[in-house]
Write a protein that binds this ligand. Structure first.
Ligand code: FAD
Length: 318
């Protein structure tokens, strides 16, 4: 089933879904499975699996010098997606990136996913490499999520990136894309951001998942602007419970989102991270209740470092 079918088939409650990261290289899959176990009681309709590009890593050698290497801290998205799908029989949505991948790399990933029967994707440009000042596409890679959508469309129509024909018949991929209630950091303004979002939807994206936000008005305004521009697909709010004092600066810096002053004031009154966690859960429950009351198509949770928090929130709202 596609993500949009899964959302629409949810009769009495707002669809619950969440995102997981592949385990850090060499740490095994057990912790990831126990995280999923703890969220299964809320009947997740689908689980997203992030993708991580190769990064430059400096490794200290025996003579005290540093060797520059390239590697991926969290490899294995396709295998993790297959493992989750086999173990839980839940729809999986691996993320496909431009960043760090050539079109040929992507093609091999698409072929693997076809063999595995995984056909729901989230298409993303991906962030810049940590050692670069701006996003640089991989040699022979897509420059943005729109180009990636075009590559997937061509694949669905039976063509590899070099124009050669795919011989076997395929189950077509269906996909969603990312949207930014507070605008993407590189976009000159919100109108341009919505302009490119509309292009991604016109290319074939069946739904949009948003970047996290802590002020629901940002989401409501974004949906209103998108609808005015003729973007009529479901726009699924992405939600992450606030959980640590350090996130006061980490979240704005990493995800380029604002924290509402009311939340900041309350966080600053907390004695320790236990208090912050409790506050973040309460804030998130209120956010989710208001979103659900306003008829959102689903609530998609970012679980990194916050599986227990997401469980507590889900317990309160489902
Ligand atoms: P795009 O849609 O390509 O947009 C990037 C920028 O270019 C925007 O400013 C846009 O307005 C502009 N733009 C778009 N198309 C064009 C065009 N044709 N010409 C000119 N400008 C254009 N990152 C990861 O590395 N791995 C993940 O697994 C991952 N998962 C994510 C999941 C979600 C739900 C979200 C919201 C983000 C995720 N990210 C992930 C982060 C994401 O990759 C970054 O935010 C990235 O900088 C932008 O990705 P995008 O797909 O939105 O890019």
């Amino acid at each position: 089933m596609t993500v949009t079918d899964l959302i629409r088939n949810e009769k009495d409650k707002t669809a619950f879904s969440f995102e997981v990261l592949p385990p850090v290289k060499g740490t095994g899959i057990d912790k990831l499975f126990s995280s999923i176990d703890s969220l299964c009681e809320f009947n997740p309709r689908y689980i997203n699996i992030t993708t991580h590009r190769n990064e430059v890593i400096y490794k200290e050698t025996a003579d005290g010098l540093f060797e520059r290497r390239t590697g991926c801290r969290r490899p294995g998205t396709v295998a993790i997606a297959a493992a989750i799908s086999n173990k839980y029989d839940i729809t999986v949505v691996p993320h496909i990136l431009c960043s760090g991948f050539s079109k040929q790399d992507t093609e091999y990933i698409l072929l693997d996913l076809q063999f595995l029967g995984i056909t729901n994707l989230l298409l993303l440009r991906g962030d810049k490499a940590k050692d670069q000042s701006g996003f640089v596409p991989e040699k022979g890679g897509c420059r943005n999520a729109l180009e990636l959508a075009e590559q997937v469309n061509a694949f669905n129509n039976g063509f590899f990136a070099d124009g050669s024909q795919i011989k076997s018949s395929l189950t077509p991929f269906v996909y969603g894309v990312a949207g930014y209630p507070e605008k993407h950091e590189e976009s000159p303004n919100q109108d341009m951001d919505i302009y490119w979002l509309k292009k991604k939807v016109e290319a074939g994206a069946e739904y949009v998942v948003t970047q996290m936000f802590y002020d629901n008005n940002k989401y409501f305004d974004f949906v209103e602007r998108a609808r005015k521009e003729g973007i009529n697909v479901p726009i699924i709010p992405g939600i992450k419970p606030f959980s640590k004092l350090s996130q006061l600066s980490v979240i704005p810096k990493t995800f380029k989102v604002d924290l509402p002053q009311e939340l900041v004031t309350e966080v600053l009154k907390c004695n320790d991270d236990r208090d912050v966690k409790a506050l973040g859960i309460e804030w998130c429950i209120n956010q989710c209740r208001e979103l659900i009351d306003n008829g959102v198509p689903g609530v998609h949770f970012y679980t990194i470092g916050a599986v227990d928090n997401v469980r507590d929130v889900a317990r309160a709202i489902y």
